[in-house]
Design a protein. Structure first.
Lengths: 201, 178
């Protein structure tokens, strides 16, 4: 197999996996093929625009952004990522995430707040909030993880604003509730006000 | 909260290229659910591997669409093996009922015009490989041609396509970094 001949097929993703691997190894040693590939890939890439573009289902955007936010909380990236990167692994990982998302109408204004808690397979969770007013001076928002029979556990402070992403401290066990209260700056050890938001039990 | 701005950048990237990505995946896969998976996997690969997000036109679109295409091709081959038959593919879907963005329409017309100007055999090889997800050996078998012929059709087709797309008068470029 003459590897120089495979440039166009590689640019079109028309090689079998073993051929593609062999070509990539060759590419690291062959300047000529690298130059040629740059040009041919550009042309192949243009083909992507040669087809009609239907609008993707609106949920796809949220699915991708939620999955991305959840991944940043995964603390064992290397092994997991490798596993996830294989074929259907990603779909499986996404399915293993518990996504609790809902919209709460703002109390003080007509703004709609959007709270989403994404719990990864390892229990790590990310809270995303949009449309929450910035905490008043001297105050902060505090997230809590509340497990039946235990005191609420402080899980992170944030200041609000157009959009907040909070990587919750610790893990969120099944059936736990995630809540947010307004506390004095620096946070409290236990909630002192009623939650402005909490996930359903 | 460094991740926050990155999440915005990912959203921005999706808003710019999500549609092209989905269109490409759907063209190759012919199945909405599989196309959505391919798009999701591609964007998550970007998310995992980007050290920093710069949602600029040129490079980002090339990168994302390359990832989407690979995923889609892998999936279509996997699906074929599973079903034990080749899926009927590569026909251009209808424009009817699709509300097109002016920029995307312009790109599509430009690429399709360039494809039309290729010799039939070259166009067929490019379309079956790129949109159909056929490997070069599958192409050779399907078209009843030696592998060498397929290779030179793909090479000739892509080289000519590149020239046609680079011709002046087609000033709209997707490689410009705005």
């Amino acid at each position: 197999m003459d590897l120089h001949d495979l440039t166009a097929a590689y640019a079109l993703d028309a090689l079998d996996p073993d051929e593609a691997e062999a070509y990539e190894r060759h590419l690291s040693r062959c300047d000529e093929c690298r130059d040629q590939l740059a040009g041919l890939s550009e042309a192949a890439g243009a083909l992507a625009f040669g087809t009609v573009a239907p609008v993707p289902p609106p949920r796809l955007r949220a699915v991708i952004l939620d999955a991305a936010a959840a991944e940043r909380t995964n603390v064992v990236p290397l092994l997991r990522r490798r596993w996830v990167a294989r074929g259907l692994g990603i779909a499986a990982a996404a399915a293993a995430c518990v996504v609790v998302g809902f919209v709460v109408a703002g109390m003080q204004s007509s703004h709609t707040r959007d709270f989403t808690v994404v719990v990864g397979p390892n229990g790590k969770a990310t809270l995303s909030i949009r449309g929450l007013a910035t905490a008043p001076h001297g105050k902060t928002y505090e997230a809590w993880v509340i497990t039946a029979g235990a005191a609420p556990r402080p899980a992170g402070l944030f200041s609000g604003g157009a959009s907040s992403t909070v990587h919750l401290r610790g893990t969120v066990p099944q059936k736990a509730v995630v809540a947010v209260t307004v506390e004095r700056a620096g946070g409290a050890r236990a909630p002192t006000t009623s939650p402005i938001f909490s996930t359903p039990t | 909260m460094a991740a926050r701005s990155e999440e915005w950048a990912l959203a921005e990237l999706y808003d710019r290229y999500g549609r092209s990505a989905y269109a490409l995946a759907l063209r190759v896969l012919r199945d909405q659910a599989l196309a959505e998976d391919a798009v999701q996997e591609a964007f998550l690969t970007v998310w995992r591997t980007a050290s920093r997000f710069v949602p600029e036109r040129g490079k980002a679109s090339t990168w994302i669409l390359t990832l989407v295409h690979r995923r889609a091709v892998d999936a279509v081959r996997h699906e074929q093996r599973r079903r034990g038959e080749s899926l009927e593919r590569a026909a251009e879907p209808s424009v009817e009922g699709v509300e097109e963005d002016a920029w995307l329409r312009l790109q599509r017309e430009r690429v399709q015009e360039a494809l039309r100007r290729l010799p039939d055999a070259q166009r067929e090889a490019l379309e079956l490989a790129y949109y159909g997800g056929l490997s070069q050996s599958e192409l050779a078998e399907r078209l009843g041609q030696p592998l060498g012929t397929i290779k030179s059709r793909m090479f000739g087709g892509l080289s000519r396509l590149r020239e046609l797309l680079g011709e002046p008068g087609t000033e709209v470029s997707w490689t410009s970094t705005t």
